[in-house]
Design a protein around this ligand. Sequence first.
Ligand SMILES: [Zn+2]
Length: 261
Amino acid sequence: MEIEIFNKDDREMKFMIKGVSVPLVNALRRIFISEIPSIAVDYLKFYKNDSSVFDEIIAHRVGLIPLNNASEIYIMPEECTCTEGCEKCSVTLSLEKTGPCTVYSGDLVSADEDVYPIIDNIPITKLGEGQELKFDAVARLGTAEDHAKWQIANAAYKYVPKIEFNLEKCDLCEECVPKCPKNLIYKEKDKLKAKNVNECTMCRACEEACEQGVIKISHEDNAFVFFVESYGNMNVSDIVSKALDMLSNKFDQLKNHIETI
Ligand SMILES: [Zn+2]
């Protein structure tokens, strides 16, 4: 297996992975989007809600506020011995505001300083003069297999494109050049060439524009361009490491299982 990182910052990573099959990269994609545990608000206890927005809508909005990753601090509710939530498996974020004001995610006060909204200015609702909003939001660990609020990353992959020219047939009419929406095809020294091939979306507009059949769009076997975007809960490098560890653990479990049969 060969990996080449194209670009990376705290939120996004794009890399090429070679020498693997579709089922393997798809298994990795599924771990990214639905199996990495994270913490999110699971339910709210309302004490007062004078706003014009129903309790259910506020609860839905608060559930979708990304919290920093705390999967190393807390345990999954189903792994805990308690029945109604305890300090090992849940954390409460409280909110108490009186209008006139806009209530933001940053107004949530967490009982644990290690769990907090990573974006402070997500509006929850507006309060008019004298209106009150008071609730406790209980956050728990979960995975996006149960609900998208626990999803911490988006991930996708595509085949590595291949652009081939049969230059013997080419009459250099250049009709294909403006057809490429990514401007990847150009003429240099009486030859057609392609640049930044990985940017090709394989739309085949160039192939269709060429009546002589000079251009052939295909893809590399067993090579993929992978894109991962963190929703901010975790650094993207940590997400990739975690996903690879989880994939490796799955193989170990499978191996152990086969050995015991
Ligand atoms: Zn518990």
